[in-house]
Design a protein around this ligand. Structure first.
Ligand code: SDX
Length: 422
């Protein structure tokens, strides 16, 4: 059996046979047969907008691998910075490469004082930290004009290090501003996740002492959120990067897309949903409302995973570690009951709706003391390394500028009507 498809234009009787290669068929082939006929796929549900070697998902089997390494092994044995190196360079670092990488990131965690004093502190006291973060990332492009040299290897490396290193500083700074606390400078004697906790929580003590269980749990969560193939935020990054905008502008675009409640904002929406449900007794009624079309079960469902999100399984294990330190989040029982009821209900199973990465992550963040508005910010911090890996890949593969076609269904040609004739 040939690994091909044949498309026939029945208007002309002409056909074209196109090979199926690596799970796809090349659209440039059928354009020859069907000029000015477009395949309509508005949310890219059945369209591969890129070829990529970074992350592999199998939605039916619930498989996630970064550069071929199973997420379960990376979560168990690696660190977020090592995973960031892997995503960007394509290989795990050796000892020297790892030490250099960690050193470079550690010593680029500071942000320009004007970014903090004149920009971040200009926001209203109750500005959502994601709004502050999105804007501040874009503002960084004005501090590093050399970032426009997108084909210069040294410049690329510098911007990648800066963005990975400064995301926690900007994130924590956004939080501190929103609660009226003084900005905390990075502590270069701490590892990546511990330093972030220090910038979030340090008060008057001379040096913040992070709880190692919580630092490790956060590092695992960062690993789980580092990349996820062609999701909405990464697609926004690729579209922006394809115009050859600088990496700060591309990452700002991605962060903006992540902000949405259908995407990275879901972890915040889950906690609001669990709080609204309020008690185990209300779970059945809530599920009935969802089934009747009144709202969605936040943290459930996924465009790709039609099985349990492998990240959600690992996050449930991390939750046990965290709750051992912080005490159990009272909303956990409601979440577990929701999962139990939903996964035994044909409405959800027939639609292949399972818990995704966001269903449990918010419970951990809340138990660790993060305000709910910070949850999506916590998603953006690690996703930056995935976004930058995709940015490099689209440039190295010399992708053309993203410019989809449309099916026009608006008004036909008509003549202008003077105002006094309308
Ligand atoms: C992330 O793409 C990624 O990889 C994203 C991500 C990443 O790491 O980057 O994994 C992170 O964004 C995870 C998803 C977080 N979002 C949520 O948890 C929000 C709640 N979920 C949904 O809104 C929804 O499931 C999406 C947005 C995640 C996926 O939407 P799709 O693929 O467009 O699915 P759909 O809206 O077409 O739904 C298919 C059916 C519909 O029912 P019918 O019209 O067939 O009757 O399933 C229903 C939907 O109504 N449905 C839900 C539901 N999600 C889909 N019904 C109830 N609750 C839900 N959560």
């Amino acid at each position: 059996m040939a690994e091909t498809i044949t498309i026939t234009d029945n208007r002309s009787g002409e056909s074209i046979e196109i090979p199926i290669a690596n799970g796809g068929v090349d659209a440039s082939q059928w354009r020859k047969l069907l000029p000015n006929v477009w395949f309509y796929d508005p949310a890219f549900s059945t369209t591969a907008a890129a070829s990529s070697a970074i992350t592999y998902l199998d939605g039916d089997a619930g498989i996630l691998r970064y550069r071929g390494y199973p997420i379960e092994q990376l979560a168990e044995q690696s660190t977020y910075l090592e995973v960031a190196y892997l995503l960007i360079h394509g290989e795990l670092p050796d000892q020297q490469q790892y030490e250099t990488w960690v050193h470079d990131i550690t010593y680029h965690t500071f942000i320009h004082e004007n970014v903090r004093k004149r920009f971040m502190e200009g926001f209203h006291h109750d500005a959502h930290p994601m709004g502050i973060l999105v804007s501040t990332i874009a503002a960084l492009s004005t501090f590093y004009p050399d970032a426009k040299a997108i084909y210069d290897d040294d410049s690329r490396y510098k911007q990648i290090i800066r963005l990975i290193a400064k995301m926690p500083t900007m994130a924590a700074g956004a939080h501190r501003h929103s609660v009226g606390m003084p900005f905390v400078y990075p502590d270069n004697s701490l590892d990546f996740s511990s330093n972030f906790l220090s910038m979030m929580w340090k008060v008057a003590e001379p040096r913040y002492e992070p709880n190692p269980v919580l630092s490790h749990a956060l590092d695992v969560l960062f690993i789980l959120h580092a990349d996820h193939e062609q999701n909405c935020g990464t697609t926004a990054l690729r579209v922006t990067g394809s115009s050859h905008a600088d990496p700060y502008s591309a990452v700002a675009a991605a962060t903006t897309a992540l902000y949405g409640p259908r995407h990275g904002g879901a972890n915040e929406a889950v906690i609001r949903m669990l709080t609204q449900i309020g008690s185990m007794d209300n779970v059945e009624g809530f599920i009935a409302d969802v089934k009747s079309g009144k709202g969605r079960l936040q943290g459930f469902g996924h465009r790709v995973y039609k099985n349990y999100d492998p990240r959600a399984k690992i996050i449930k294990q991390v939750a046990d570690e965290v709750f051992g330190v912080t005490g159990k989040n009272p909303l956990l029982d409601i979440a577990l009951k929701l999962e139990e009821v939903a996964l035994s209900d044909e409405y959800f199973t027939s639609r292949k709706l399972y818990p995704n990465v966001d269903f449990y992550s918010g419970l951990i963040y809340q138990a660790m003391g993060f305000p709910i508005e910070m949850f999506t910010v916590l998603f953006a911090i690690p996703r930056t390394s995935g976004w930058l890996a995709h940015w490099l890949e689209l440039l190295d593969r010399d992708e053309r500028i993203a410019r989809p076609r449309q099916l026009y269904d608006g008004a036909p040609e008509r003549d202008y009507v003077q105002l006094d004739q309308r």
